[in-house]
Structure formats: C-alpha cells, structure tokens
Design a protein around this ligand. Structure first.
Ligand SMILES: Cc1cc2nc3c(=O)[nH]c(=O)nc-3n(C[C@H](O)[C@H](O)[C@H](O)COP(=O)(O)OP(=O)(O)OC[C@H]3O[C@@H](n4cnc5c(N)ncnc54)[C@H](O)[C@@H]3O)c2cc1C
Length: 491
C-alpha cells in the first residue's frame, strides 16, 4: 500500500484524504489544531454555536461529490438547507436590496431601484451562467502541475472567453446603473479576497452561484461539512491526527520521503500533500536551498488576499430585524478597497453579519449567534496591525447602531478574531483568507501549481493553489490532487 501524508486538515486536506483512502492509499493526515476543518471551525460560547469561517456556502454538489465518489450517500452525513431569499443588502443611506434565487423577487425590486437593471437582469444571468460553465469546464477540475498545462489549446481558447481583461466593476456597469446595486454585485470580489476595480470579470460567475444555483446552510451548522468529510475519510481508512504539527518535510534529492513531527517523530511516505497555506508553510517545512522555485523572496513579493476582523456575538435574544445573511455597505466602496489594499483599516467598513439561528434555532436557542465580519488589510510584512482591536470593535458596533442594529446591551458572549489570530490559528500567510489575491491577472489564472516544481512527489491542495480559495474550490483542489496522485502511481 502506497503511503501518503497530508499536512493540514482543512477542507482541501480532508477531501484529498477521503479520496486517496478510498482508492487504496495508506493515508495519514496531521493537523496542528484540535479541530478538523481548518478555517471552518466550530466555536461554542455558552449555548451559542458559531461557524467560524465559511457561512455562505455555494456549489453543494461539489461537497456531495466527495461522498458519491466513495459510494456513500452524503445525506447520511449532513443535510443541506437552501435559502431562497438569502442576503439583505443595506446601502449607506438605508436603501435595501434582498438577494434571492427567485428572479421575480429580484426584478420586482429592480423595477423601483434601477429600471435599466430590471430590463437587463435576465441577460446578466445568462452571461454569468456562461462564465460559470466555461470556467468550470476549463479550470476547476484541472490540476496544474507544470507550465505545459497552461498551453493546451482548449485552455487558451477558454481563457479568452471568460473576460480576463475586463474588470468586475466594468462588467457590472453594463447591467446595473444604480451605485448601490453596483456595490452589491461588486462585493463578490471579496469572495476571492480581491478588489472589484482590478480583479477580472471572470469572477462575476459567483453571481450565477448565488442568484441561480443558490446559497446553502447545513442543518446544525456549516461545520457539519468538515465533520462529515472527516468521518468519511476515517470510514475509508484514513488516519486523521489532530493536535499534531508537522515541523519538516524530509527529502532525499528531489523527492519527499516523509515528515518530521514537532515531537521529533519521523514518519515515512511515498508522497506528501501540503494542505496548509503553502506561502506560510514552505519556509518552515523545507530549507530554501531545496525550493528554488519558491524562494523566500518570491513569497515575500506575493500579493495576499484580504483578511478579516471578526466578532462573534452571542445575544440574550433573537433580533427580529436580522435574517440569515446581511450586509451594511460603506459610503465610498472605491475608497474602502484603496485602503484595504494600501494596508489601511477602513474607517467606514462594509459589515457582513451571518445570523444562522434565523434558519436554525437549534444552534443558538437562547439568542442570536452573530458572526460579524469586516474585511481587513492583510498583515504587514512585519506581522503587525495598525489598529487597537477594542477600539475597532466599538467602531463597528457604533456603525451598526446607525443602521438600527443594537448589539451591546444584549451581549452575553463575545469573541474577537483579528488577522493576527487568523495567521496564528490557521497558519494563513499574513492572515489572508483566500491565499493570494486575484488583483494581479497572473495571480487569478497562474496560482502556484498543484505540484512542487522542486520536489517531484510533493503536492499542494487548498486555497493558495489551483483552482483558488473559497470552500467549494478547496474541496475541488483536494480531489484534483488526489486524482493526480492516483494516476501517478497507475502509470
Ligand atoms: C473569516 C473567514 C470567512 C470565510 N467565509 C467564507 C464563506 O463564507 N464561504 C466560503 O466558501 N469560504 C469562506 N472562507 C474561505 C474558506 O474558509 C477557505 O477558502 C477554506 O476553508 C480553506 O481551506 P483549505 O483547505 O485551503 O485549508 P485551511 O482551512 O487553510 O486549513 C489548513 C490547515 O492546515 C493546518 N496546518 C498548517 N500548517 C500545518 C503544519 N505544519 N502541521 C499541521 N497542520 C498544519 C492549519 O492549522 C489549518 O487547519 C472564509 C474564511 C475565513 C477565515
């Protein structure tokens, strides 16, 4: 039996482990944290349950496919809940737009906010559908292990058709004239940790996921996805070890031969998969002389995606004004992105709130479980932040009060996560949520390969590599890498 070691138990690592174990590999996965799921992490404060990380789940078929490939019924592991009217957007002047997978609901609102958009909304949906299907066919399920993978004629022609040179903002202006609506749809750039004013229109395909395929929740909390994948991997025979940190990748020449744990124990392997953020992990796991294609200088020069400042607030009552997802927008979106990518903390940040107890009281029976997120700049190269978290938190509560959301008098529990916490807890490069940003065209389409260019049998799965960040993408990444390893041993 060939031995594979997976470093990191994020969603990408779990999907790779489950798929490899199902295909007859002897899989050992090491995760430094006590939970499996990486950035998708359960937090319990009193009777309030929180899903840290992914709260907005799209592409449920991707998660299900890992179970189907193992001959299992995903519904034996967790249950999807589709949310039709999913996100309430509130503009800087209090204007509202409720996002829905029902086009009638959307067009009815557009008729009063933006008649031009109401007329063009069906064409918008057609165009984002086209972008999605092209990208899915050409990029999502493809592993990129060397430059030659980029030069296949099919890929090149697909690349030209997915609007790589138009910005997301420019593309949205073709369909929406109202500035608030533009903000609402431009926010999709933050799902890949980037700015709508520079990232390619390709990523407007996210509108197809949310406005057509749908936004999903999982009964009992989105962490059930990670728990389900871990259970599946174990059922398939993988050995998943939490609270176990890998400190070195052991090599002989240009091959990985195993890993060393922080306890000093050495474990042999025929292949190693790194699921942790490779920009953060590689400098500590592999000597620089063994990774000429990923030097410290190259890592330092990479452009991380945005980070986040998160408040988990457990309240003494359920707030009637809040649905499952809502966003309160800043007055000047361009300024906010200039600040975020200029290393500054916005003083008027756009605020996202997930309140999963609206859909599922069982996760927080005694009051709302608010996951409050504002985008934050990635950490500076010296690892420092330029704000006082206590002061910034108060600023967010004050802004929410202006939108009529009063939280502080009802607070029973509270926990704050800053980019420093995200960096330390998940070993995320500069606290970035999605690895590299997609602001530079080359970072959108030329992310680090799924296989090391220096060590032949070292593979990368997760948000820093192909096809990109976001929970469904990293699951695909794990599956892609597993298939690549399976075929490497078949040939
Ligand atoms: C605040 C926040 C909000 C988000 N919101 C959404 C959302 O709404 N929807 C969505 O789809 N996505 C969202 N994301 C993004 C999503 O969480 C990530 O893209 C995805 O979960 C990353 O998975 P991954 O497989 O790359 O691994 P990660 O989750 O990054 O996990 C990697 C794991 O490797 C471990 N590790 C690293 N080095 C070592 C080592 N040496 N030894 C042992 N273990 C190691 C780390 O501890 C970590 O657990 C959000 C992320 C955050 C942080």
């Amino acid at each position: 039996m060939k031995k594979v070691i997976v470093i990191g138990g994020g969603l990408g690592g779990l999907s790779a482990a489950a798929t490899l174990a199902r295909n007859g590999f002897d899989v050992k996965l090491f995760e430094k944290n006590e939970h499996l799921g990486g950035k998708l992490m359960p937090v319990k404060l009193g009777t309030h349950h929180f899903d840290f990380g992914p709260n907005t789940i799209t592409m449920p078929h991707v998660f299900d496919s890992v179970f189907h490939e193992s001959g299992e019924n995903p519904r034996d592991y967790f249950e999807w809940v589709s949310i039709e009217n999913h996100t309430q957007n509130v503009g800087p002047d209090g204007e509202k737009f409720l996002m829905s997978t029902d086009p009638e609901t959307v067009i009815e609102q557009l008729n009063s906010i933006d008649p031009y958009a109401a007329k063009h909304y069906p064409a918008f949906l057609e165009e984002v559908k086209r972008l999605y299907h092209l990208s899915e066919k050409a990029f999502f399920h493809r592993t990129f292990t060397s430059w030659k993978d980029y030069f296949s004629p099919g890929l090149f022609s697909a690349l030209q058709k997915v609007k790589p040179l138009e910005t997301m903002d420019h593309f949205h202006q073709r369909y929406f004239k109202n500035p608030f609506l533009l903000q609402v749809f431009n926010r999709y750039a933050t799902y890949i940790g980037s700015s709508p004013y520079v990232s390619p229109a390709t990523f407007s395909l996210i509108a197809y996921l949310e406005m057509v395929q749908g936004v999903f929740y999982v009964k009992g909390g989105t962490v059930k996805i990670a728990e389900g994948l871990a259970e599946l991997a174990r059922k398939n025979g993988a050995d998943l070890l939490a609270n176990t940190e890998v400190s070195r990748i052991l090599t002989e020449g240009k091959r990985a031969v195993g890993v060393e744990l922080s306890s000093g124990e050495k474990i042999e392997a025929d292949t190693v998969v790194l699921n942790g953020d490779l920009l953060e992990a590689m400098p500590s796991l592999l000597d620089e002389k063994n990774r000429s294609h990923l030097s410290n200088r190259k890592i330092e020069n990479s452009s991380p995606s945005i980070s986040a400042f998160v408040i988990l607030a457990g309240l003494d009552r359920h707030l009637d004004d809040l649905i499952h997802h809502q966003v309160y927008f800043s007055a000047d979106y361009k300024k906010e992105f200039r600040e975020l990518f200029g290393g500054e903390w916005p003083d008027d940040p756009t605020i996202y709130i997930s309140n999963s107890s609206y859909t599922d009281k069982s996760v927080s029976p005694d009051g709302s479980n608010l996951f409050i997120l504002v985008n934050a700049p990635p950490l500076a190269a010296n690892g420092k932040m330029s704000i006082d978290p206590e002061v910034y938190k108060e600023q967010i509560y004050n802004r929410l009060r202006k939108f009529g959301i009063t939280i502080k008098p009802h607070l029973k529990h509270e926990k704050v996560f800053t980019p420093i916490d995200i960096n330390r807890k998940f070993r995320a490069f500069r606290g970035a949520l999605y690895g590299l940003s997609s602001n530079r065209k080359k970072d959108s389409f030329l992310r680090p390969f799924n296989r090391s260019q220096d060590i032949q049998n070292l593979y990368f799965a997760g948000g820093t590599t192909h096809p990109g960040g976001g929970s469904p993408m990293v699951v695909i990444s794990g599956q892609n890498v597993a298939r690549e390893i399976i075929s490497a041993f078949d040939s």
